[in-house]
Design a protein around this ligand. Structure first.
Ligand code: FES
Length: 206
């Protein structure tokens, strides 16, 4: 794709995948601006805009406050998997093009591999682990009931993408669901069952 053909929000056909491609650059730009605020929250003196080395920040993850130590370059995906032992989000693609690391940030599906942790202080971070437990979310149950996985590597990202999309579009049609999930890729090709699982959630009203 050439520069002249790159689409932006509002352009016909602009998709969530287009957005995810661009979000990494945006995160990098905002991280430097937000670092000073993060330092203030932790009671540290606000430093210069460009910071090297580690700093401690507090993130709101699945309703809990979590202190983590990060460098300015540390991604949310690295924090989740290596410091918080939340390994649902997967490092399939570092540019977010697979949707494997999809989490919700303030209710919006975003790729954790393209987000810098220091830019997320004060944001509500929700991972796939929040949809499990003794009373799993309707999307999780539907994936099981419709056999919507093979190797399962893409599944957490799809579950979060379906949950986020149906939260916004609870009466979505099959065509709308297909469009809403076009930022996620399944190498095993279980798309048909994933779509059926999402439709079942719509029909179940959950
Ligand atoms: S179930 Fe294997 S990549 Fe989707």
């Amino acid at each position: 794709m050439t520069e002249s053909t790159i689409k932006g929000p509002g352009d016909p056909g602009f998709s969530r995948r287009d957005f995810l491609r661009g979000s990494g650059a945006v995160a990098a730009a905002t991280a430097l601006q937000t670092h000073a605020a993060a330092a203030n929250q932790e009671g540290q003196a606000a430093g210069p805009a460009i910071v090297r080395g580690e700093t401690t920040i507090t993130l709101q993850v699945n309703g809990e406050s979590k202190k983590v130590t990060v460098e300015p370059r540390t991604t949310l995906l690295e924090v989740l998997r290596t410091q918080l032992d939340l390994t649902g989000a997967k490092p399939i693609s570092h540019d977010g093009s697979s949707g494997g690391s999809t989490v919700m940030i303030d209710g919006k599906p975003m790729s954790a591999s393209t987000l810098l942790a220091v830019a997320l202080v004060g944001k509500k971070i929700q991972t796939v682990e929040s949809l499990g437990g003794p009373k799993p979310d309707a999307v999780v149950k539907a994936f099981v009931e419709h056999d919507a996985l093979q190797c399962g590597f893409c599944t957490p990202g799809f579950v979060m993408a379906v949950r986020a999309f149906l939260d916004k579009h609870p009466q979505a049609t099959e065509a709308e669901i297909r469009g809403g999930l076009n930022g996620n890729i399944c190498r095993c090709g279980t798309y048909a069952n994933i779509i059926q699982a999402a439709i079942a959630v719509v029909k179940g009203g959950k």
